[in-house]
Each structure stands twice: as structure tokens, then as C-alpha cells.
Design a protein around this ligand. Structure first.
Ligand code: SF4
Length: 290
């Protein structure tokens, strides 16, 4: 659906005559690019009601790429290109990536989220994920989705509404020590960072949940102790703009952090924060359809 099909008074734009928007809402032909401007004193309403709604609907319709302010004008540039379509192209390219020259049967794991507004970034897939092609499908995933349940989001909703990415997307194989999986090499992390950056640019997530130290270090200063960051939210800049980053510890049984001292309380605090932030985005239990 494009904005052209909404221009005859879609319910989400209809208001009583006195509350008609001062900004022009005009037809947008699919495939076209269009600029909509309004006066500065309208910008607030435009932002709160116009852009918020337009962006929500527009992403569904495949429009609304950026918002720019200059000389008292608020300008929204729209392009008729859908987020889901862009993600589909992105995921197809990602699925074909062999940059790290890993064994032929090791394939990148991709997310199936629809119109995501939030992202979760893990470390790397494990053996179960590699076998099933689904992120967080193993034991650590079960724990993670139990945690999200506590935050008010069931697994189905989480998989559909939260884009699940990772620092690297291919199973790195077992650790040489024989305990757990190998930590992806700096070269592999570097190779794979282009995929994450592209996803951040496409999705521009409002909420970002890095899971485990490797993922947390992508967005927050490295070497910050988990005790100081779990349970808190941070504004962080990245390739796709700014997001509220709410880190989680790694849910794998290999991490003993979550069982020590006051850490269960810190985890509870983080989950409650995630729950309320995702709820603001309309992501909550039973809302798997975007
Ligand atoms: S880990 Fe990332 S960069 Fe390396 S082959 Fe897999 S998808 Fe490509």
C-alpha cells in the first residue's frame, strides 16, 4: 500500500475540520520521491501527529526516509521504497555472504522480523542455530525468550517485531578449549560489521538490545563492567542514528554473572526497562502482527 491509496482521507489522518493539519498531505505516487514542508510553528504537531503517523504508516507503505529542518521549514523527504522490501533484499545478500570462508555448510543466520522498530544484537549463532537457520534457537535462546516473557513479550511477537542481528552471523565452530563456541575472530567481526551497519541504517531502531559483552562493546565503551550497565539505558549513536541501548548479559549457561550478588535484580531492572520501552513501540505479548 502506498500513500497514494491513503490520500482520500485515511482514518489515521482524518480529524474534525477544526483540527485539520496545516501542512499539505498530498498524493505520493509509488516509486516517486516527494518533499512535504510546513512552517516551524506547525512542526511540533507535524512531528507528533504527522511524522509519527506518517512514518509508522509510511514504513508499512514503504515511504518516509528522513526528516530535515532548515530555515524554519520542516521537510520530510519520502521515497516509495519499503523497509520490508529493503530488508528482504538485504537478507538475501546476507544469506549469500561467504566472506569469512567458513566451511561450506556454515551459512549466515537471518532474522524474519516484519517492519521492526527495535533490534536485538547477539554475539554469534551456535550449533543449534546453524542447524535450524533460526537465531537464538538453542538453550541460550530459550533463556533469552523466558527473560523477554518476563518483560511482557512472547517469543512469537519478539521474533516478528524485533530484528535479531548478531556481531557475526555464521556459526564460528567450537572453542579450541572445548568449552562452548569459538569467539569470532576480529577479522570475522570486521567482515560482518557491514551487515550490522546496513541494518542499523535501514531500521534506525528506537530501542537496541545488545546481548552479551561482545555485542555490548559494539555500542557502549568497551570494558565497562556489566554491574554498571545492566539495568540501565544509554543513548548511543551508530550508523543508523541514535538509539536507546538497554544491554542484557549473555543468557548462555556458560555465564555465571547472572547468578551472582545483586545481578538477578539488575537483570529484572533491565527487563522491566525493555518491557516499558517496547510497549511504547506497540511491541508486547500477543502483538506479533505488525
Ligand atoms: S560471519 Fe558474517 S561476514 Fe563472515 S561469512 Fe558469515 S555473514 Fe559473511
Amino acid at each position: 500500500m502506498c500513500l497514494a491509496s491513503l490520500s482520500n482521507g485515511p482514518t489515521w489522518l482524518r480529524r474534525p475540520p477544526s483540527a485539520q493539519p496545516a501542512w499539505p498531505v498530498s498524493r505520493l505516487v509509488c516509486g516517486a520521491t516527494q518533499t512535504i514542508s510546513c512552517r516551524r510553528d506547525d512542526s511540533r504537531r507535524f512531528n507528533q501527529r504527522g511524522i509519527a503517523l506518517l512514518r509508522t504508516r509510511a514504513f508499512a507503505a514503504g515511504v518516509a526516509q528522513c526528516v530535515r529542518r532548515s530555515r524554519g521549514l520542516v521537510t520530510m523527504t519520502e521515497t516509495a521504497k519499503s523497509l520490508d522490501a529493503s530488508l528482504a533484499v538485504h537478507c538475501a545478500a546476507l544469506a549469500a555472504c561467504r566472506a569469512c570462508k567458513l566451511p561450506a555448510d556454515v551459512l549466515p543466520i537471518v532474522s524474519c522480523a516484519v517492519r521492526p522498530k527495535a533490534m536485538l544484537v547477539g554475539q554469534a549463532p551456535g550449533q543449534v542455530e546453524a542447524a535450524g537457520g533460526k537465531p537464538f534457537a538453542g538453550r541460550a535462546g530459550k533463556t533469552l525468550f523466558r527473560w523477554l516473557e518476563r518483560a511482557g513479550i512472547d517469543e512469537e511477537t519478539a521474533r516478528q517485531r524485533i530484528y535479531i542481528a548478531a556481531v557475526t552471523r555464521c556459526y564460528p565452530g567450537p572453542s579450541p578449549s572445548g568449552r562452548g563456541d569459538r569467539v569470532p575472530s576480529p577479522a570475522e567481526q570486521d567482515n560482518c560489521s557491514v551487515w550490522l551497519e546496513r541494518e542499523l541504517q535501514l531500521i534506525r531502531p528506537r530501542v537496541l538490545i545488545p546481548v552479551g559483552r561482545l555485542a555490548i562493546a559494539r555500542f557502549l565503551p568497551p570494558n565497562m563492567p556489566l554491574d554498571e550497565i545492566i539495568g540501565r539505558g544509554f543513548e548511543a549513536e551508530h550508523a543508523g542514528g541514535t538509539s536507546l541501548v538497554i544491554p542484557l548479559p549473555h543468557p548462555s549457561g556458560a555465564s555465571s554473572w547472572i547468578h551472582q550478588g545483586n545481578h538477578p535484580k539488575l537483570l529484572d531492572r533491565a527487563l522491566s526497562k525493555i518491557g516499558s520501552e517496547l510497549q511504547k513501540l506497540g511491541i508486547r505479548r500477543g502483538r506479533s502482527a505488525a
